[in-house]
Write a protein that binds this ligand. Sequence first.
Ligand SMILES: [Zn+2]
Length: 382
Amino acid sequence: MIINCKWIFDGDTLYKDKAIYTKSGEIASLRLLKKFYPEAHTIERDGLCLPAFVNVHTHIELSYLKGKLPRGKGFLPWLKYMIALKKIPVSNKKILNEAISATNTLKKSGVVYIGDTSNTLSCRELIEKNFTGGAIFIEIYGKKHIPTSEQKKHFPLCISPHAIYSTSPELLLKISNIHKKTANPLSIHVAESEEECRFVKKEGKMYDFLKMMGFLKDLPLAKTPVQYLDQLHIIDKNTILVHCVHITDEDINIIENRNASIALCLRSNDYIGGGFPPMEKLIKNNINISIGTDSLASVNDMDFLKETQFIFKKFPFIDPKLIFSWATYGGMKALKINPHFSYPNFIPIESNEPLEEALTESTKIYPLSLILVENHLQNPLP
Ligand SMILES: [Zn+2]
């Protein structure tokens, strides 16, 4: 298929009035592509065509918690609510129905690859059916044993600790050893709240709360959450550090030197209340940045386009190209997806304006990944 678009962004360069051959990703004039691929069906779009979106951080199985957790009250009250809510029994039907609805929103907003974090694997089949690839992160916390399960190539099951305050240092070390033997990505929530920064210094409300719950034993001291993880050898080129709101210059150097990725979840940070990552500093350093929506326990919807728009709204100095690059290639690098250009890796978005306009909420954007799927079915590639 050839898509003739007003604008094409390949993750790096923005092209005007060019066409793209979706099978190979070649970008050239329509006339040239038609000459080389005379059999290919052509669709016309007066808008913006992007590589597929990669949502590196979701918890689809938590979708039933939409709107149930406190907004803007800070991380610790949110966490206490979460612990209490997860103890209330809920039917599998309810979990699955809400997960299906969240999955539909993700797909409609152009998400093709996903990194989903799961405790129960109850939505594994749903994810494998609806997304082209990515990773399923089996979340480990407490003193839980490390489960094993059948591996699938396009959706590897990746062992991932939940966070430093919920996973014992012994278990973190054990996970780190397994992680080093596989080439799989590992995802962990880190430096999400100021409380977490006090926690690694063995002080503050989170430390007291978890001590009371009986979670803490032989905790090593560290200056920051990132340095705590680094002491346990968790951070390497396959690690995705989710949130990174409260990080120091020293932390940024560690992340850069280890060649790890950061997953931004800014709408989730906004919902919980507690600040945003130091965006200017992150951009200045050579760190791979990716984007996640997080779960419906801390955002109102799973619309990935809105997530990109929110970043631009909060940090308008950021080059729109960079945001779309994080949303596409940053995610591919983090999830170790080969950035090849074949169907359905390009999503035409009908917008009359280029990238900056696409990031303002006043502009109507129509992600057409589903229309592309329909077109593909009706007009198979030559
Ligand atoms: Zn999360």
